[in-house]
Write a protein that binds this ligand. Structure first.
Ligand SMILES: C[S@@+](CC[C@H](N)C(=O)[O-])C[C@H]1O[C@@H](n2cnc3c(N)ncnc32)[C@H](O)[C@@H]1O
Length: 326
């Protein structure tokens, strides 16, 4: 069964079969996904949600002995549906991390970063260290330029009170992000916090891009994607979880998160007001052609060139206009 919400289609089915049926090769810009952990008899719901009445029933787990094959199959589908230059973030605990890493290595996807997400409310233990992190495996499909919006959250020159670069700190590969506490609300067993999803979506996509989550759970990826004016799609095998997720997604307004985003201060571009040399103009025109050939819109190309040439938008647009680059 498939359902359309806010113009986006979601499928209540197994993601491997579902992707083969519903998603074309090279059709998705970004995948953010959090597969089941394959821990037999896990008690994550007790640790994370305290009151089990607030956990939506129906979570489908993968038996641990099937995990290697299962990982290879869904990651194979993820590689197929990603467009060249498209990116994937896989969130994984440590127990079955090796199988996810092995499956990724069997593809042509390229590793960009291995991120550690450190969260609060780790699983409490007395005879060993408290586990309070997840792994986020950030990979890209080769063949085209990747979207990476360098100054989407902090300008390169923005500093904290002690002079440290805010942009550098935001781009370190250890992320300290708290789990979202939703007292009294129903949620999926291990729902991802909005803040984590917002960060991945801001850096790795633009408005209008298609974002897929192969394991929708509480539809958190879809909600944040639509909240940031991206398109979303995905799969959830459990009927109960799917219908609960569809319900929560229907309640939001597309773009509702845009006004909550911090506006970065990109500062005055270093080369603003400087005369263009003939060499620089030729270089600009060549880079514009390359970015357009890679399939990006003119708007995105201009944004990219502003950062590369450290000049303002009007100046870049004027040169393109004078050289008849529509
Ligand atoms: C870790 S949860 C996802 C949590 C989600 N990211 C969130 O924030 O709520 C994994 C989800 O995958 C679903 N699932 C398990 N096997 C699946 C399959 N083969 N295809 C699609 N969904 C599956 C489970 O029912 C569960 O809801």
């Amino acid at each position: 069964m498939s359902q359309v919400v806010h113009g986006c289609t979601f499928h209540n089915t197994d993601c491997i079969k579902g992707a083969r049926t519903h998603l074309d090769d090279d059709s998705v810009d970004l995948i953010i996904t959090d597969p089941p952990y394959g821990i037999d008899g896990d008690k994550l719901h007790r640790h994370y949600n305290r009151n089990e009445l607030h956990v939506v029933d129906g979570y489908v787990e993968i038996p641990s002995d099937e995990y290697p094959r299962f990982s290879r199959e869904w990651i194979g589908e993820a590689e197929r549906i990603l467009r060249p230059g498209g990116q994937i973030y896989v969130i994984s605990g440590y127990s079955n991390l090796v199988h996810i890493l092995n499956a990724l290595q069997e593809t042509n996807l390229q590793e960009i970063n291995h991120i550690i997400w450190k969260y609060n409310f780790g699983v409490y233990t007395k005879r060993k260290f408290v586990s309070s992190h997840y792994h986020i495996l950030y990979y890209a499909k080769p063949g085209r330029r990747r979207t990476f919006n360098l100054q989407c959250r902090y300008g390169l020159k923005e500093r904290d009170a002690s002079g440290g670069s805010l942009n550098y700190r935001d781009r370190e590969d250890v992320w300290l992000i708290d789990r979202q506490y939703k007292p009294g609300q129903q949620k999926n067993k291990n729902e991802l916090p909005d803040e984590l999803l917002i960060k991945m979506i801001q850096y790795s996509s633009n408005e209008g891009d298609l974002i897929c989550d192969l394991f929708l759970g509480g539809f958190s990826t879809a909600r944040v994607a639509v909240g940031l004016n991206r398109r979303a799609t995905g799969f959830e095998v459990s009927d109960e979880i799917f219908s609960h997720g569809i319900g929560t997604l229907s309640e939001i307004e597309p773009g509702y998160l845009c006004d909550t985003l911090r506006v970065p201060d990109a500062g005055q571009p270093k080369n603003q007001g400087k005369r263009w040399t003939e060499r620089e103009i030729q270089h600009l025109l060549e880079r514009f052609r390359q970015i357009k050939d890679a399939g990006h819109t003119k708007k995105d190309a201009v944004k990219e060139l502003c950062a590369e040439f450290e000049r303002g938008r009007f100046s870049i647009e004027r040169i393109l206009r004078e050289h008849h680059r529509p």
